[in-house]
Ligand binder design. Structure first.
Ligand code: MG
Length: 203
């Protein structure tokens, strides 16, 4: 009972705004333009988490037309995605990301960035990968791009052995397992409203 999710985001650099990537304030003359704080990395991770549990995307939860999200800190978006993952009965195994940008250089802050992202996700730093690339040949030096992949595992599956032991008088273990985990991951069965798909993500 595992699921994967993938997320992508991009934002243009803009003078005069603070640069926030992965929830970390970074010294730089330019920040990222966006309706929110433009945190390209957290947006990609948020979409990867939502995608892994088929819960729509960041734009469905936080439409840019809604003034509440103007200048919003993106860890709010991430928190919502984590709640969706928990509601669906899953937890993070690990997450891997790629940041593509010409400047600033990520290497000097890579450790701090990884710790911050792990803290926001509630996982260990060793469960977070952050790789930085420069956009060689892409002609996009004024754009920050982020890709994120996440692997989730069923929380209920981890509990299954203890529950099986408690039900040791039942002959057919396969039926017990099916009863414990079967159907628990149908998101619509949990009564959550499935948002309409919306690709208009300007967050
Ligand atoms: Mg975005």
């Amino acid at each position: 009972m595992m699921r994967i999710g993938y997320g992508f985001d991009s934002h243009a650099f803009k003078p005069g705004v603070p640069l926030v990537i992965g929830g970390l304030a970074i010294e730089h003359p330019e920040g990222l333009a966006g309706h929110s704080d433009g945190d390209v990395l957290l947006h990609a991770i948020t979409d990867a988490l939502l995608g892994a549990v088929s819960a729509g995307d960041i734009g469905t939860f936080f439409p840019p037309s809604d003034p509440r999200w103007k200048g919003a800190a993106s860890h709010i978006f991430l928190q919502t995605a984590l709640e969706e993952v928990a509601t669906a009965g899953y937890k993070i195994v690990n997450i891997d990301t790629v940041l593509v940008m010409a400047k600033p250089k990520i290497v000097p802050i890579a450790g701090e960035l990884r710790e911050r992202v792990a803290e926001l996700l509630g996982v260990k730093p060793g469960e977070v990968g952050i790789k930085a690339k420069t956009p060689e040949g892409l002609n996009q030096d004024h754009v920050a791009v982020a890709h994120a992949t996440v692997l989730l595992e069923s929380v209920k599956l981890a509990d299954a052995p203890a529950r099986m032991a408690a039900s040791a008088d039942v002959d057919d273990i396969d039926e017990v397992v099916k009863g414990l985990v079967g159907g628990a991951h149908d998101v619509s069965a949990l009564g959550r409203k499935r948002p309409a798909f919306d690709t208009d993500d300007l967050t």
